[in-house]
Design a protein around this ligand. Structure first.
Ligand code: NAP
Length: 275
């Protein structure tokens, strides 16, 4: 596909105000595509199927990110139904952000694969930006992190690399159609080491306190998370953080021909988030 053809192509970017979607919009635009940003403020609601057609109509491709968790039962239904509607409207090229090693996400992935779409799955490791944006940032800013990750090591990925991978996948014609790309950062770090690097870069004393997943779930319910959602998160964390993901992949290099950004680079550029 030439850049000229891409210039005439419109990509719907869901979650466009979120961590990955905002960067995907930038990367996809930089690759020469038109971007149609989709989020609730722009009239697109995953929970209201009547809003989908308006967002999808006349587009050529879509980046799908299901809010909160790709493994939630509602995600399986939502992604499957939206993908079938997209295909019906002629928007066949769909790229779904999924989670690496998350058993609960397999049903959602399957729903996309059986929708008739020209699909690509981008299975990502834990985001570096979980420490600087979203629900954990306040805690990190105020002294550290209590989390059910024990001393397990994770290859944190910079969401900008996910965005570049999505743009490259969309720019590569059929090359990644019907394929799963597993993307991670370049280095394994425990959550203790990650918090330690943030502590060193900011000069703030930050501590990491590991807790059992079940105790973490109970704390979530005390903070108002519905019991069912907390139970789901406990199950997801028990799986994701049991050591199965303590392995680096070369997915970013395979797609982009360059190494993924290191956690240290992310920390250097994000100190404002913690100060
Ligand atoms: N965190 C990780 O380490 C990790 C790793 C791998 C995969 N994932 C997957 O990444 C996904 C989350 O992606 P993210 O972190 O980029 O998202 P995010 O930063 O949590 O943002 C969520 C986005 O979804 C939009 N949104 C929320 N509710 C919506 C609704 N009902 N209808 C339409 N849009 C809605 C939000 O925009 P508005 O509020 O403006 O509508 C926002 O743009 C999940 O599926 C998760 O499983 C996460």
């Amino acid at each position: 596909m030439t850049e000229n053809t891409q210039r005439n192509m419109t990509v719907v970017v869901t979650g466009a105000s979120g961590r990955t979607g905002s960067r995907v919009a930038e990367s996809v635009r930089a690759a020469g595509f038109e971007v149609r940003a989709a989020s609730r403020a722009r009239g697109f609601d995953w929970e209201d199927p009547t809003t989908w057609a308006e967002t999808l109509r006349d587009a050529d491709a879509a980046y799908l990110v299901y809010p909160s968790d790709v493994g939630a039962p509602a995600a399986t239904e939502g992604v499957g139904a939206l993908a079938r509607e997209a295909v019906g409207l002629g928007v066949r090229r769909l790229v779904l952000l999924s989670a690496r090693g998350e058993e609960q996400a397999r049903a959602t992935e399957e729903a996309l694969k059986t929708s008739g779409a020209d699909w690509t799955l981008v299975q990502a490791s834990w985001f570096s930006q979980n420490f600087s944006e979203g629900p954990l940032v306040e805690e990190v800013r105020h002294g550290g992190l209590t989390f059910p990750a024990g001393e397990v090591r994770e290859p944190f990925i910079d969401v900008r690399d996910i965005a570049d991978v999505v743009a490259a996948v969309l720019s590569s014609g059929e090359r990644y159609t019907g394929r799963t790309v597993e993307v991670t950062g370049p280095r394994l770090l425990s959550f203790r080491e990650a918090v330690g690097e943030i502590s060193e870069a900011t000069g703030k004393k930050l501590t990491y306190t590991p807790v059992p997943p079940r105790a973490y779930g109970e704390a979530l319910t005390r903070f108002g998370v519905p019991a069912e959602e907390a139970e789901f998160l406990v199950e997801v964390f028990e799986g994701l953080l049991d050591g199965r993901n303590a392995r680096v992949t070369d997915g970013v290099r395979q797609v982009l021909g360059r190494e993924p950004r290191d956690f240290a680079e992310f920390v250097r550029e994000s100190t404002a988030a913690w100060t």
